[in-house]
Design a protein around this ligand. Structure first.
Ligand SMILES: Nc1ncnc2c1ncn2[C@@H]1O[C@H](COP(=O)(O)OP(=O)(O)OP(=O)(O)O)[C@@H](O)[C@H]1O
Length: 286
């Protein structure tokens, strides 16, 4: 692993809104190559909107302000065509639900080979070889039968491995994984997170793991960013945030995470008082 002094991605003052209604406010963080940042928070806290702003795939009704500085280039405000080309090639994205991200009527091979030809300009045969190599890299073996399969013929874990293979296929420098294991059972969840971290090391990627489950992603990340109500309420090295959380919302997330093995006698869920306190600290009700 190498960590350069310059972060690969530096997000600062990022806000997103629909009309006057704020969805994400003043979000900032950095990720270096070879490092993993976990972005955690409950449903609706703004994790996916933040990721979509970085990827340049926000729906047209949502406007973003601030800065998304990636490898020496400001991405916010870049022409849509350039952004689309970058997303998928320089920045890989793993979606929560491969069943909806993969086409049900096209063979896996067809879906893997297209971007390889389009982004990397490979010939048909080269692209097929590269697809097999990618399957091997994500632990599916050099299996032609996976290329020939349709998505419904694969298990949940295999589908997510295919999604990851596609996300790394054009050799991105940054990989964003948005709830990559939510649809999977606990053993497979750990395997997929282990795979992402292994690939981060092998390919010297910067990895952003987005999850509602701090307990799940804590041991796979170097830094943690905690979001609530569209804002960052706490961020820092994972060990520091987990061992000495400063914000009551982070503390509640930790207490609600059995995997972190802390205070099983405490509340299993986040209670209303903590949410109210968090909302007040985050800048009050909208
Ligand atoms: N396409 C959209 N149009 C309008 N509002 C949206 C859209 N997508 C998200 N939002 C709103 O933006 C806020 C942040 O949502 P976001 O999806 O980023 O949260 P999240 O933390 O990723 O939660 P989840 O894990 O459930 O996706 C929420 O209030 C949500 O309702």
């Amino acid at each position: 692993m190498h960590t350069t002094t310059e972060p690969l991605l530096r997000v600062s003052g990022l806000s997103a809104r629909i009309g006057d209604f704020p969805l994400v406010r003043d979000v900032g963080f950095e990720v270096h190559r070879g490092r993993t940042l976990a972005v955690v928070g409950e449903s609706g806290s703004g994790k996916s909107i933040t990721a979509a702003a970085v990827m340049g795939i926000l729906p047209p009704q949502i406007t973003a302000e601030g800065s998304v500085f990636f490898d020496g280039t400001e991405l916010l405000g870049e022409p849509a065509k350039r952004r689309r080309a970058r997303g998928g090639a320089e920045i890989g994205y793993v979606f929560q639900e491969p069943m909806s991200a993969l086409h049900p009527l096209l063979r896996i091979g067809t879906q893997m080979i297209r971007p390889l030809r389009h982004h990397l300009g490979l010939g048909r045969r080269e692209a097929r070889d590269r697809a097999l190599e990618l399957l091997e890299q994500v632990g599916l073996g050099r299996e032609r039968k996976v290329l020939d399969a349709y998505v419904h013929e694969l298990s949940g874990g295999m589908r997510q491995r295919v999604m990851i293979a596609m996300a790394i296929s054009c050799r991105p420098r940054l990989l964003l994984a948005d709830e990559p294991t939510t649809a999977l059972d606990p053993t497979v969840q750990q395997q997929i997170l282990g795979l992402l971290v292994r690939l981060r090391e092998e390919l010297d990627l910067a990895l952003v793991l987005i999850s509602h489950d701090l307990g799940l992603v804590a041991r796979h990340s170097d830094e943690v960013l905690v979001m609530y109500d569209g804002r960052v309420v706490e961020q820092g090295p994972t060990a520091q945030v987990v061992d000495r959380p400063e914000h009551p919302y982070t503390r509640a997330l930790i207490d609600a995470a059995p995997r972190l093995g802390r205070r099983p006698d405490r509340l299993p869920t986040i209670d209303g008082a903590v949410l109210e306190q968090t909302r007040a600290m985050a800048g009050g009700a909208r």
